[in-house]
Design a protein around this ligand. Sequence first.
Ligand SMILES: Nc1ncnc2c1ncn2[C@@H]1O[C@H](COP(=O)(O)OP(=O)(O)OP(=O)(O)O)[C@@H](O)[C@H]1O
Ligand SMILES: [Mg+2]
Length: 298
Amino acid sequence: MIEARSIGKFFSVVNEKGLAEGLTAVLNVSLTIPDGKIVSILGPSGCGKSTFLEILAGLQAPTDGTIHIDGKLVLEPLPATRKEQIAYRRRYRFISPLANGVFRDRPKHDIAMIFQDYAVFPWMTALQNVVFALNLRSSGRAKKREIEEKALFYLHKVDLAASAHKYPSQLSGGMRQRLALARALSVEPKIILMDEPFAAVDALTREKLQDELLRLWDETGGAGSPITVILVTHDTQEAVYLSDEVIVFSPGPGTIRNRIPVRVRRPRARTDAELVEIQERILAMFQYDINQEADYSI
Ligand SMILES: Nc1ncnc2c1ncn2[C@@H]1O[C@H](COP(=O)(O)OP(=O)(O)OP(=O)(O)O)[C@@H](O)[C@H]1O
Ligand SMILES: [Mg+2]
């Protein structure tokens, strides 16, 4: 289970006049996501979706609040300099007296993340990309051949076995996304965080990739160890079609505007009346926000 408690993120930035300015990217986000669910975060550009996802993954520290996964605190990577490390210790000691223990015994979380833009390394072949991810996670005892076999197994799952020795630049956009998916799945994570994974492909490929994601989620997570998927998107139809719940962020600072459960059973038809009705409700909400803003400017 993933628990976000009152997450906030404030950036200090220097403007063109050299003055310090602040920007609140995420404000007071609390939510609980049970295991094995697919949850989408939907919202306009710049509303803090990527920032929130990176905080969930432990790649950025929140300025407020905490994330727990299965009851264990998520901590961002240790800072490099001594001065920053002291501030870091101070911060977590402040959050909880247990934090000193946590600091010695940093919890590991089974998370894989697919980033918004650069999902794969362009200088590695498809196979090398997956092997690289597996090597990062393996204990060092795994044999090279076993790792390669596993990488090929996951490339096969996303229909890329024949392109194992191609470089990302030799793959189509949809294939690159599938490669990113294979890499994330190969480490057999409990949680996959995806930031706009299908944004760069055409509409038809996108629908195919969505169905593949559902199939892989079902196959790999089906046997007793469900995979939780959290997906950032600004495509309402995609969010509703894929998810058990859609979390709508308001325009910046990102706060939860609505949480909409989607209880339609899978496999779903894209034209399912209930799905379409939910999509229309969400679109009406966005329209309402736009109209409200128009009122302010009068
Ligand atoms: N490192 C940073 N320093 C300063 N401001 C930042 C930083 N990262 C993000 N921001 C700001 O925080 C806000 C939220 O950014 P974020 O990338 O989370 O948005 P997003 O919802 O993912 O947008 P998009 O849909 O366009 O990807 C933006 O206003 C952005 O300019
Ligand atoms: Mg983003």
